[in-house]
Design a protein around this ligand. Sequence first.
Ligand code: SF4
Ligand code: MG
Length: 332
Amino acid sequence: DEKVLQVQNLTKYFNLGKGRILQAVNDVTFHIYKGETFGLVGESGCGKSTIGRTIMGLYERTAGEVIYDGDNVHELDEKGKFKLRRKMQMIFQDPYASLNPRSTVKEVISEPMEVHKMHTSKKEQLEMVYQLLEEVGLNRDHANRYPHEFSGGQRQRIGIARSLALRPNFIIADEPISALDVSVQAQVVNLLKELQNDKGLTFLFIAHDLSMVKQISDRIGVMYLGNMVELTTSEDLYKDPLHPYTQALLSAIPIPDPDVEESRERIILQGELPSPINPPSGCVFRTRCPFAMDICAQEKPEWQEVEENHFVACHLYNDKHKNKKQQETIVN
Ligand code: SF4
Ligand code: MG
């Protein structure tokens, strides 16, 4: 499988002044395969959106690398960054906020095409607007109306049409359905899946709701306080969550699959979410972890692949990891 995006030890701090540093993203590593949907999940403020924006090059990184399609995003010159926009686009949570209320739908969708000189004539451009409207389940009669005349779900469709205007390959969807009614959420998710199949798109799908991410994603990364704590396939994360935080998140979701019915007790996390300005020493989750040990305050757990394609950062799996390493050594 071709890795279209590689995020290597990505760190993003914000200097808030007076010696206060917000550690939004800390040493995060993952990759995304061409054509897959990678879900990024965690409660608000855990750094998901910051990762999305740093991947887009909208934020400079503090450390680490983002490699997209062979390019180091943060080392591109202005021309390179401009070109990157054609390949990589973002969909935002609140489509209304991201659409100019004084522009017609036609203007909203054609603006990026004009900026990037995608079409040689106005007529060709307008045809493309009509085509995009149809692709997202709207029609050409909508072109001359204004975003505020539409429902939330329709506005998100307009936002999606705009994000597709430059024919990108990779889309970062930052909480694209969180602001929508539950009944509309599934429709927008289905639209994204259809577009993915038709166009071979790759998605980074950001959300705080694990049940939604699970439905749409091939693999999932779980974030807590700026750190990625677990990463595996959607299926394995659901069946065999390893990190105590993931276990707590999953315990809050009702289980529709009778095979998994075995006692999954509801884990209620104690304590408050610590501040990313002053995160706990060692494991960032230790102040709320039901299994915290002495070592958890002293050492930051390593990001390790404890089973094939299953990564976790937690001291509970140190032995497992060591045993596995030892076995490998013996075999060799
Ligand atoms: Fe809990 Fe320790 Fe694992 Fe952190 S490293 S999740 S505190 S057991
Ligand atoms: Mg966010």
